[in-house]
Write a protein that binds this ligand. Sequence first.
Ligand code: GLN
Length: 307
Amino acid sequence: MRSPILDYLDTLIAETDHIVGGAPADYIPELAAADPDTVAVALCTVNGTVYASGDAEHHFSIQSMSKPFAYALAIEDHGLDGIREKIGVEPSGEAFNELSLDPETGRPRNPMINAGAIATHALIGSEHEPALGRVLDFFGRLTGREVQLDQAVADSELATADRNLGLAYLLHAAGQLAGDPQESVTGYIRQCAASVTVSDLALMAATLANGGIQPRTGERLLCRESTRQLLSVMATCGMYDAAGDWLTSVGIPAKSGVAGGIIGVLPGQVGVAVFSPRLDGHGNSVRGVEMMQRLSDDLGLHLMEAS
Ligand code: GLN
């Protein structure tokens, strides 16, 4: 029998069909070429059942949704105290590509903005094991399949990376970058170009909802403390300068990416993912935000609401 959850997700797609505001990111030329009407949604329970609707097989680049997972690897490597010394946990209130540094310590404000994510990427690499390989391997364990790079997206962003290179050089000058600026940005941009579907992302989000244990394989991929830390940072910083609006209205830890994806996590319950390429001024998917809002309202996901 067809699950009522699938019917619900189909309705969600149909009822948000009229939302055509915003535009695909254009500072990465390859993303500007995306079909703006592609749309997908997926939900994964903490026992690993995935429900998906819309263009569920469509692959797109993970972009900034990679950041919390790279941060998790950095916590595992350096410990919670170690990582807190290097990267802050305060929302910046500024756009994702600003050089938002703590004025006292000089640390990037948080790992969800580009400056913090480039610094994070540099922290998880070593001569023996480059950061990119580790991240892709981690994505493979999280999704249960081999995750590839979208080379066209990576090349396109690498050719227009002046701003991220600028951030990396300034971080380096301030003694806040563990690696070479050029190499760190190249690796970070490739990390962002990992190609995923909404079902992959829902499973990744469900692993976070499940306290770090991948619900299908049963493998512990993150310890409970790292999971708690990264979900907390997603809650306060994941939607950039729209984070306060998001937490009050949708009410779950989330992370967006400029290709048009958003993941959301309700701890102990469910991971959700949506995709639609048209973005608002904060770099968050317009239709994606609306789909998440409806999911939260219809399924009662808001964390601050007593059940
Ligand atoms: N790769 C993108 C960048 O660095 C990621 C930004 C995002 O998804 N918000 O600009």
